[in-house]
Write a protein that binds this ligand. Structure first.
Ligand code: ADP
Ligand code: ZN
Length: 436
């Protein structure tokens, strides 16, 4: 049984009744502010015939219009700000590989609240002022670095703001300063962990005991691998730029899903097609409403992330509802020969097979009228030395497992160790040539 240290028990363990009352009060307030100050919201609400005073219970949330990423693009750069420019003290943004980034503006209170949410996140790894948190998320417009930094600072831990990259130096700092908590994307954590092993660094020379990993999808198998390679507790954290950045939801040491910071956001699950709210426990799209944000509040923001909520009590004592691991995105679901395929399903198969490294690339193409899926899989050094026959057997084994779990057969291409590019931020794992 894990012991649980809770950063802010008054909030994190608030009785549900009291929490719901607080949510309603804050919801009414934010809807009013949005209606009065943001032309797009007022227009959308008027179109739906909803007025701020129509929000009388939390159930009334379902009558409010949705927001989408495209709305942020259309209103770029500051069209969704709900306060005068001089009250905005920070801009952050999402990478947006093409064109303009998505921008989010924060007031001073927003930064305080975000820091609080991230303090809870890092605190859930039982962190205190005695901890040393190495932040290897990227710093800059991306919310990962600054978010983790502010949260760890609020908690009173010592922060090493490394940003991502320069892996040898990351490891040197861990050894020299005695980092106890690593904060980065799970794919970068794997890269750091593998490098530690390749360099022959004994784990006894490190003081690492936990990691808060997020910003991209990962799997239980990757958790196991990170925990074994680094001898740590690997915790999942979730967030997105439009809501605040990391800290929207965080796992406790029970590792049974991420608690949503419900005094700051309201979470819903909807059917992505009918857009109707679904009961807890059903799989659907996550939708978030910020209830404390001032700079750029979001009402019913559609994340396109597929997930399930779990309202059962957690052994840690926190009362916030939990969200399961992200199961995929409505928009990066691949449809291959008519079958819905999520990269995460393929990943979970790969990491469970001996001799396969958690580095892969999916290449989708079309020959004539038929979709093809090639899975490039990196093998480990020890398997690399195997005979051609043994490698063919491995290919066959992977293909069979993929077929039984995902439902389609793929062309498995084993590639040499280290040949798939490593990421220091979010990993890119799909090349869909059909769209090019
Ligand atoms: P960018 O748009 O630059 O990638 P964001 O931080 O806004 O930056 O990305 C948010 C998205 O990242 C989420 O909607 C989700 O798809 C993904 N994400 C974040 N954290 C996790 C996590 N723990 N597990 C799975 N996906 C995650
Ligand atoms: Zn818990």
């Amino acid at each position: 049984m894990a012991t649980h240290r809770i950063w802010n028990p008054a909030a994190e363990c608030m009785p549900r009744e009291q929490l719901r009352a607080l949510q309603l009060e804050r919801l009414k307030d934010v809807v009013r502010r949005e209606y009065d100050n943001v032309p797009l919201y007022r227009r959308r609400m008027d179109e739906k015939g909803v007025k701020p005073e129509d929000i009388r219970s939390l159930d009334d949330l379902q009558y409010l219009p949705f927001m989408q990423k495209t709305d942020l693009r259309d209103e770029y750069p500051t069209g969704l700000f709900a306060v005068p420019r001089r009250e905005i003290v920070r801009l952050q943004g999402s990478s947006g590989t093409t064109g303009k980034p998505i921008l989010a503006g924060y007031t001073r209170n927003d930064l305080d609240n975000w820091s609080e949410m991230m303090a809870r996140t890092i605190g859930a790894a039982n962190a205190t002022a005695d901890d040393i948190v190495q932040v290897a998320y990227g710093y800059g417009l991306f919310t990962g670095g600054m978010g983790a930094h502010q949260g760890a600072t609020k908690l009173g831990a010592m922060v090493i703001p490394m940003s991502s990259g320069n892996t040898a130096k990351q490891i040197m700092m861990m050894q020299d300063v005695g980092t106890t908590i690593l904060s980065c994307t799970p794919s970068y954590a794997i890269h750091i962990a593998e490098t530690i092993h390749e360099m022959g660094i004994p784990l006894s020379s490190l003081k690492l005991r936990a990691g808060t990993f997020g910003a991209e999808p990962w799997t239980e198998a990757m958790r196991k691998r990170l925990e074994t390679l680094l001898n740590i507790d690997a915790l999942d954290i979730y967030g997105l730029t439009e809501i605040c950045g990391p800290g929207v939801a965080y796992e406790c040491l029970e590792k049974q899903g991420m608690h949503v910071n419900e005094d700051h956001v309201i979470v819903e699950i909807i059917d992505p097609v009918t857009e109707k709210p679904l009961p807890y426990g059903e799989k659907g799209e996550l939708v978030f409403t910020t209830i404390t944000k001032e700079g750029m509040p979001m009402l019913r923001f559609r994340t396109h992330d597929l997930c399930q909520l779990d309202a059962s009590p957690c052994a840690c004592g926190r009362t916030f509802v939990r969200m399961k691991r992200i199961m995929g995105r409505t928009d990066d679901m691949l449809i291959i020969r008519g079958v819905n395929v999520f990269p995460s399903q393929i990943e979970s198969v790969l990491v469970s097979i001996h001799g396969v490294a958690p580095h892969y690339m999916l290449v989708v193409d079309r020959q004539g009228a038929t979709d093809t899926l090639e899975i490039q899989v990196e093998i480990t050094e020890d398997v690399f030395a195997d005979t051609v026959g043994q490698l063919e057997t491995l290919e066959k084994q992977i293909n069979e497992r993929i077929k039984s779990v995902v439902g389609i057969s793929a062309n498995i291409k084993l590639v040499a160790p280290k040949s798939i590019p490593r990421s220091e931020g979010k990993a890119k794992r799909v090349i869909d040539k059909r769209k090019l």
